[in-house]
Design a protein around this ligand. Structure first.
Ligand SMILES: Cc1ncc(COP(=O)(O)O)c(C=O)c1O
Length: 391
């Protein structure tokens, strides 16, 4: 294989990251605190609330990962052993794992077909069923999968009706909006991820978005080993080592300068696939269902009809031969062996999406020559299938 690998989504530096890292070195802020951490939090706050939604009280805590942010969110909402937490089934395992860290049980909910995110219908069914069984869910984790906003209004009005707080998993959706408001600003708490494959990265990192400064303070307290105010080391709570390092935050500050550009480039990749498949009856490029929803298109996903052996697995293997990475959609959590005993409410949308869907290379750093290679490889696959049909 002599062609270099085309990745699904790889880190894309903008240029200033090194400057902030150098500043950290010059000032010896090589620690999980420092000016870059504060600066990155401020940059994120400005970005998320630039649309005029939210209040001065909204705050951001930069953390070591999105998973850590989800874990702290559950702790802050008082989720404990024996509780139940609703969670979108079609997601990455990191959305659900922290529920189990807390000794609670995830209750998985299917997707709706338009955004592939949590289904309002099955959400309400799940809530009513759990209440009938004697336990009202303690929280809801809703996910903007692949950058596509979930149906915020419907989901949040159901959650409000039953007084269930929402943790908005916006790990993949920085830069997406719903009705002009940025994803990551809707939940009682929201989380972001800056893992290496995300729209911006800090190599590894995450953030918790809170509605009050007091909530942020609590999160930072827990994220820094829960040290009581005392000259010696005194602890009245179990703490965690979840704060973001000042070096990673330096990368984040540089990445914030190019975030809008990354969103535009990812959307261009989505348009590229839309144009490519425009006349295909067998391939659907997953897109915004209406104009209130604006996706950052972190990953473009397609759905193959399965007709004439046009399957996602056949295409994945074909691209792999060309050294082009593509991936099946997240395998729904209710189908995962580790969650086999968890309750699930749904009708098969998430599992069908998993069977038919494929994530295509979507990086903001893909060059024209690479796009051409992708287009040729796709063409090769579809021509090959057509040949077979003609035999
Ligand atoms: C939907 C979703 N939730 C949570 C996470 C966890 O984020 P992190 O990898 O930063 O822990 C990720 C990404 O990795 C994700 O895709």
């Amino acid at each position: 294989m002599n062609q270099p690998k085309i990745w699904l989504s790889s880190p894309h530096m903008g240029g200033s990251e090194q400057k902030y890292i150098n500043q950290a070195f010059d000032q010896n802020w090589i620690a999980p605190l420092g000016p870059n951490v504060n600066g990155f939090e401020e940059d994120l706050k400005k970005y998320l609330f630039s649309t005029g939604h939210g209040s001065k009280e909204n705050s951001i805590a930069a953390l070591s990962s999105g998973t850590a942010a989800l874990h702290l969110a559950l702790i802050l909402l008082g989720v404990e052993r024996g509780d139940e937490v609703l969670c979108q089934s079609l997601t990455f395992a990191a959305s659900a794992n922290p529920i189990v860290y807390q000794g609670a049980t995830p209750v998985f909910v299917d997707s709706e077909a338009e955004t592939l995110n949590i289904s309002p219908e099955h959400l309400e069914e799940a809530i009513c069923s759990r209440i009938t069984k004697g336990k009202k869910p303690k929280a809801l984790i809703a996910v903007h999968l692949y950058g596509m906003p979930y149906k915020v209004e419907e989901i949040h009005s159901i959650a409000a009706k039953y007084e269930i707080p929402v943790i908005e998993d916006s790990a993949e959706a920085l830069g997406s909006t719903y009705n002009g408001q940025k994803c990551g600003t809707f939940g009682d708490l929201a989380i972001l991820s800056f893992n290496g494959n995300k729209i911006i990265t800090t190599s590894g990192g995450g953030a918790l978005v809170t509605r009050t400064a007091e909530m942020k303070e609590k999160a930072v307290f827990l994220a820094t080993q829960a040290r009581d105010v005392a000259p010696h080391y005194q602890h009245s709570h179990i703490g965690y080592n979840y704060r973001m390092s000042n070096i990673c935050a330096g990368i984040g500050r540089g990445q914030m300068e190019v975030l809008d550009d990354h969103v535009a480039k990812r959307r261009e990749m989505h348009q590229f696939y839309q144009d490519f498949f425009i006349n295909s009856d067998n391939v659907k490029v997953f897109s915004e269902p209406d104009e209130n929803i604006f996706s950052n298109h972190w990953l473009t996903i397609i759905e193959l009809s399965g007709k004439n052996s046009l399957t996602s697995e056949a295409l994945r293997k074909h691209l792999e031969k060309e050294n082009i990475e593509s991936r099946p959609l997240w395998k729904p959590m209710h189908l995962q062996p580790v969650f086999k005993d968890a309750p699930f409410y749904g009708s098969g949308i998430a599992s069908a999406a998993f069977e038919r869907g494929l994530c295509l290379p979507s990086g903001s750093n893909l060059r024209e020559a690479e796009k051409e290679r992708i287009a040729n490889a796709l063409k090769g696959f579809f021509e090959e299938k057509k040949e077979k049909l003609e035999i």
